[in-house]
Write a protein of this length. Sequence first.
Length: 312
Amino acid sequence: MSACGVYREQDGLYISCIFQEPVVKEALAYKPKPGDVFIVSYPKCGTTWMQHIVYAIYNDGIPPKDMDDFMRRAPFLEMLGTAAVDSMPRPGAIKTHLPYHLQPMSPEAKYIYVTRNPYDCCVSFYHHTRSFPAYRFAQEPFDKFFDMFVEGKVDYGDYFEHQISWYDHRNDDNVLVITYEELKMDPRAGILKIADFLGESYGKKLRGQPEVLERILNTTSLKTMKGFNEEFKKWTEKAADIIGQASKSVTMPAEVAEDLKKPMTGDFVRKGIIGDWKNHFTPDQIRRMKERIAEKTKGSTVMSLWKDVELP
Ligand code: PPS
């Protein structure tokens, strides 16, 4: 257990107590069914955006009815467990934040790995951690989170190890590695790439019916998704019950369970831009991040994913 009592180590995963131990265990043991599609990412790299894109591709750009409907159709495996995945209407996609070696793998399943540059990921993760009361981080400065991030002492551990674990599989037939920045710079091309990966018929449909592609672009735009923020905040008040129900007995510390009942304080779809690192990183933090990148990605070309993005 971490000093703040929020994080723990379980089965090789560094993770917060918001994720219940038996649920994480069953998630890691999940056996993918033929045709399963997983949306995988390190936190704050564009997961929810990708979930909405895949949902929209499957549903011709018709948005989910409400947040409950979306959560049911796009379940988060480590948080909600295998029952939520078993009852997911199909076609659907399952969310995980697992590194490759812990991800339930099957040659008959597909994996979309969405990734984002470490500077912006760190900034977004800071705002996430301070906005959910259960992390007990509301009053903490960016400086403190930055230290935790570069040390890999945040949810799902080390950013770089996570990236490299999936990047090494980028050429596997059933893995699509795509960046947040690529989607931002050309969402149309990104959506078509994702549709083709999901199945030839999906890509063909979007090329043949441009109005469906337009609808998908519209329902998954930053503007539309910002419109879900208030509803999402309300949903977070129910999160404690929903997460609690995923396990026979509540295994998180009582104080964390209590804090989980409080709504998220910030906006989940926050800025949604490339380059917010410029508003947060000091020159010293840039130097330390560069050192960390050099050390952790030695021998890997993973950082070339952002060769066209302005980074320090
Ligand atoms: S989580 O909690 O790990 O599932 O978070 P995740 O969804 O991976 O990442 C959240 C960030 O994605 C941004 N976002 C978007 N950006 C652009 N367009 C759209 N449609 C969109 N939807 C979500 C969201 O704002 C978070 O980034 P930041 O930088 O914090 O704004």
